[in-house]
Design a protein around this ligand. Structure first.
Ligand SMILES: Nc1nc2c(c(=O)[nH]1)N[C@H]1C(S)=C(S)[C@@H](COP(=O)(O)O)O[C@H]1N2
Ligand SMILES: [Mo]
Length: 439
């Protein structure tokens, strides 16, 4: 029997309701799921609360074969499709992606410079011309059904807002499912560097939707990237990267960002405009957005059906609800297996972050978890950004040990010792045992 693990988000209940309603609507022929395999939809509708008749058929189908891009087998020579330089002391190339080495954050301030910001590309960075770029808002969720186009100049003329937030891949930390918990997960083998924290400037999506004439019948919006169509390892073309957002979220705190840290967005991070959904899984922040469908019908895409749900022993066969918020994590700004000199005082540094609340404390152990002490926080903590911290350490005896950092946030949640496994390795939030050697 499977056991349902609910996600920790306080708004989990409403997301669950939202998703159940969407699946029921799909069954009734009232939701669209372009590009989503029918077997994936059947699997999803086996969830409690959706018509019982479909459940039998659906339960015979296993969780999907995960097809996300895997690792860096090809070696670090080519990060095919990334434009910016990727020096080896700063980035680890993983297929079409580049992970920031966490130790490379040591030299960076609170805001991550574009030169150090990780890149997650399903295919390749497109070279777009801001002069000819425009954003098309269309769909039957607009009054009168007519489409509206906005140039970059149009967006820049609208009232702007700035917001500091991390962008973090839902699979950040995935490799620790293998190395620390002994159960592999499919997908890019990130350590902890699939995150960056920046100050984004742009226009509220709600502002643009209002000007486009969003109607009260709109239920979902579907931003879509201008990068190439994504073909999975088994050759299935999933179309262009896109993921629906409920209209309630779209009208809340979502930005159409055209600046990152006071400069135009770099090519690799979505130039000229990306969606920015603070605190949510990175996939929600669609780069190089070219159009946004506003729909009066519920929408699905492969990025909220076969990907970005939790599948595995602890979850129902149809998977969890689609992922929304990121979780709670910490990391040391040190290389793995760093050599640390004995009988010298070191100032260990690291960062902790939470999507659900501000960090309230970080406890550090330098003896593999036997004893703990509190780190000094260097930033005023806020939700959806990170907080830098430091702790002094004077190791005496040479030999291997593990450094642990364990954060707590304002919701009262503390990082656990282990994360319940899921097949695609999302939302790893356990305390990492960072191997070092005292020499
Ligand atoms: N158009 C488009 N948007 C995208 C992606 C993509 O491949 N194409 N990758 C997503 C994923 S999975 C993540 S984690 C973030 C990464 O943002 P970054 O590359 O700016 O760090 O972008 C998201 N937006
Ligand atoms: Mo991601």
């Amino acid at each position: 029997m499977t056991r349902m693990i609910s996600t920790e988000t306080p708004d989990g209940a409403s997301e669950e309701g939202y998703d159940r309603l969407r699946r029921a609507q799909w069954l009734a022929g009232r939701a669209r799921a372009d590009g989503v395999a029918r077997r994936d939809m059947l699997r999803l509708i086996a969830a409690a609360g959706v018509t019982a008749g479909a459940a039998g058929a659906a339960s015979a189908l296993g969780a999907p074969r995960a097809t996300a891009a895997t690792g860096a087998e090809a070696g670090a020579a080519a990060a095919a499709g990334i434009v910016k330089p990727l020096p080896a002391d700063r980035f680890t190339i993983r297929g079409t992606n580049a992970e920031t080495k966490f130790e490379a954050f040591a030299g960076t301030p609170f805001l991550t410079p574009a030169s150090h910001f990780f890149v997650r590309n399903h295919t390749a960075t497109p070279r777009l011309d801001a002069k000819t770029w425009s954003l098309k808002i269309w769909g039957d969720g607009l009054k009168g059904g007519g489409a509206r186009e906005f140039t970059l100049a149009d967006l820049e003329r609208l009232p702007s807002v700035t917001r500091t937030a991390f962008v973090e891949c839902a699979g950040n930390g995935r490799s620790f499912f293998t190395t620390q918990q002994g159960r592999p997960a499919s997908g890019t083998a990130w350590t902890m560097g699939a995150i960056g924290n920046a100050r984004w400037r742009g226009v509220r999506l709600s502002e643009v939707l209002r000007r486009a004439g969003v109607s009260r019948h709109a239920v979902d919006v579907l931003p879509r990237g201008l990068d190439a169509e994504y073909v999975t390892d088994d050759g299935t073309n999933l179309g262009r990267v896109r993921r629906p957002l409920p209209i309630s979220k779209a009208l809340d705190d979502v930005l159409l960002a055209y600046e990152m840290n006071g400069a135009p967005l770099p090519a690799d991070h979505g130039y000229p405009v990306r969606v920015l959904v603070p605190a949510w899984v990175g996939i929600a922040s669609i780069k190089w957005v070219g159009d946004i469908e506003v729909s009066a019908q519920p929408l699905f895409s492969p990025w909220n059906t076969q990907f970005y749900r939790l599948f595995g022993d602890a979850y129902p066969p149809e998977g969890s609800d689609p992922l929304t918020r990121q979780t709670l994590k910490s990391a040391f700004e040190l290389p793995w297996n760093a050599a640390i000199e004995a009988a010298t005082t070191h100032h260990l540094t690291g960062r902790s972050w939470s999507a659900a609340g501000a960090i309230t404390r970080v406890d550090v152990s330098t003896d593999a978890g036997a004893t703990w002490r509190r780190a000094r926080l260097k930033d005023t903590p806020h939700r959806a950004t990170w907080t830098r911290w430091t702790v002094p350490w004077r190791p005496d005896s040479p030999g291997p040990t593990a450094l642990l950092a364990r954060a707590t946030d304002t919701t009262g949640r503390t990082q656990p010792e282990t994360t319940v496994h899921n097949m695609q390795g999302y939302l790893f939030d356990a305390v990492v045992r960072h191997a070092v050697t005292v020499v």
